[in-house]
Design a binder for this molecule. Structure first.
Ligand SMILES: [Zn+2]
Ligand SMILES: [Zn+2]
Length: 110
């Protein structure tokens, strides 16, 4: 019984020292955070613009011809606009993409 208690005490001591180490590293981490990186301002200037066309699948539409209902397959294309910005303050770039246009291969109303 006494032997068991000793074991528990040893374990408790170990846990205590581990948590003390953890606590001290946390303090160090907080000290580092006291000096935050100054707010960076960018000078984003539009650098280049490009377009890409991506096939976005097909769909079927119906139309009437000579009083007969017909079905046709229409191919959808997404026109994607990519704008690249350049920041001369830090010499880096970023890009943004937009869906510029949805193109249907056939003209239809529905
Ligand atoms: Zn920048
Ligand atoms: Zn269509």
């Amino acid at each position: 019984m006494v032997k068991k208690m000793k074991k528990y005490m040893l374990m408790f001591g170990m846990i205590l020292s581990v948590s003390l180490v953890a606590f001290s590293t946390q303090v160090v981490a907080e000290e580092v955070l006291e000096n935050p990186i100054p707010q960076v301002k960018h000078n984003w200037v539009e650098y280049s613009t490009g377009f890409d066309e991506i096939e976005a699948g097909t769909h079927e539409y119906t139309y009437w011809k000579n009083f007969i209902k017909r079905t046709r397959t229409c191919l959808i294309t997404h026109k994607i606009k990519t704008v690249v910005y350049y920041c001369d303050l830090h010499d880096h770039t970023k890009s943004e993409t937009f869906l510029d246009e949805v193109i249907h291969s056939h003209q239809h109303s529905d």
